[in-house]
Design a binder for this molecule. Structure first.
Ligand code: GDP
Ligand code: MN
Length: 396
């Protein structure tokens, strides 16, 4: 689960990580009082107004702007709040900005040597442990750094049995070229950050930039936090941070029906039981000349209700020209799935795209007979290669 920058910063702060302070607002009327309160709290006279959306690259897209007085704060807030912000992570349609974070300006006016670093923590699945990544090339796209100068990315792997060791935090700070007070601050920053990462069951922290001010303070200017969905049941206080308006409506509907759905750009919708089979089915769609419109795993216990929910979600995508249902009857019997498909089809009523149903496993033949005798515009196949052939035929 993704959360907003302002929420992420609150979490970090509660773990003792120094942050760029800010106050979030969702109405222009609140901008002045928020800025006044921030001034009283931090002493800042300059502010940065930051769009709160679940996407990075806001700065380049015009979603992060400096304001040097109260009038400018109001001007910036009125510009950014409600705008459709387009960044390289939002897609061409952009994302509507519903909240802005009014922050203290931490790049002191006239500061000759503020320095931006990159710091992230994530799970390295290959090594089955967390990895801390750091770079002196902060503030930029880390993907660019990784491509053009990978030697500038430091990686430190954390043994889960002993956790982050002091020497490791010091090593990272040294390798970033820090010394003296800044080094001490960075060590503490990394340690607090790691503690927060572990205790919140996060799957990713990305702080870009981490700022070193000319008076050697180290602080988080940006914060991207991704919480592990599977652990949210034990973090009720974090689960409420979910902002559904930031999520794809189809994916929200899918999660309400316990379906594993990811929208893609292709023209063939698919509904499959099991993630591995779903991946293989997407390959088959490609091989038969189509492009998958989605990933959809209905799980082990596919029934009429889940099939119907899946249908409805896939059909809302205007790009879908055909639907391939690929179910392996292991625990679930194919004849039950076939009945579910027929029932769902009738419930939905008008379905204008051809549907190919491939049922294999327990009672596959019975399932195929149900589909074939239903009188509906549904094609059935038992072998995957026949299903693929049907897909390419209906696409023609
Ligand atoms: P992102 O573009 O979505 O990654 O948003 P960031 O929070 O990283 O902000 C983008 C850029 O805005 C940063 O890299 C900074 O260069 C700049 N920025 C952020 N906070 C301040 C600030 O307090 N003062 C100034 N002058 N610039 C800032
Ligand atoms: Mn950033």
């Amino acid at each position: 689960m993704n959360i907003h920058e302002y929420q992420a910063k609150e979490i970090l702060k509660s773990y003792g990580v120094r942050i760029q302070e800010g106050i979030v607002v969702d109405k222009l009327e609140d901008a002045t009082s928020a800025a006044e309160a921030l001034k009283a709290q931090t002493g800042t006279g300059w502010f940065v107004v930051k769009a709160q959306i679940h996407a990075g690259g806001r700065g380049k897209g015009g979603g992060v702007k400096l304001a040097k007085n109260m009038d400018e704060v109001n001007e910036r807030v009125s510009q950014i709040l409600g705008m459709q912000l387009i960044t390289h992570q939002t897609g061409p349609e952009g994302k509507k900005v519903n909240k802005v974070l009014i922050s203290e300006d931490v790049y002191y006016p006239g500061d000759s040597e503020p320095k931006e670093y990159y710091l992230s923590i994530l799970l390295d699945r290959g090594r089955a442990c967390n990895v801390i990544m750091a770079s002196t090339e902060g503030g930029m796209d880390i993907e660019e750094v990784a491509e053009h100068s990978p030697e500038k990315i430091i990686k430190e792997w954390i043994d889960p049995r002993v956790g982050l060791q002091d020497f490791q935090a010091r090593k990272i700070a040294f390798m970033l070229g820090l010394s003296g007070q800044a080094l001490k601050e960075m060590v503490k920053f990394i340690q607090s950050l790691y503690k927060a990462y572990v205790e919140t069951d996060s799957s990713m922290f990305e702080i870009n930039p981490v700022l070193k001010t000319s008076d050697d303070k180290i602080l988080a200017v940006d914060a991207k936090v991704n919480l592990d969905d599977n652990a949210l049941y034990r973090h009720k206080d974090l689960a409420v941070l979910r902002d559904i308006s930031e999520e794809d409506p189809l994916e929200v509907e899918a999660s309400e029906n316990d379906l594993n759905y990811v929208k893609l750009d292709g023209n063939v919708g698919c509904m499959v039981n099991g993630a591995g089979l779903a991946m293989a089915t997407m390959d088959i769609i490609k091989l038969s000349g189509g492009e998958p419109a989605n990933f959809l795993d209905v799980g082990g216990g596919a029934n009429a209700k889940t099939v119907e929910a899946g249908f409805r979600i896939i059909l809302q995508d205007p790009n879908v020209k055909a639907i391939l249902i690929n179910i392996f009857g292991g625990i679930v019997r194919c004849d039950r799935v076939a009945n579910g498909v027929v029932e769902a089809y009738k419930n939905i009523g008008e379905i204008n795209v051809p549907i190919i149903v491939r049922l294999q496993g327990t009672n596959a033949e019975e399932g195929a007979a149900i589909i074939n005798n239903s009188g509906l515009k549904v094609f059935s196949a038992v072998l995957l290669k026949d299903a693929a052939k049907l897909v390419s035929e209906v696409l023609k």
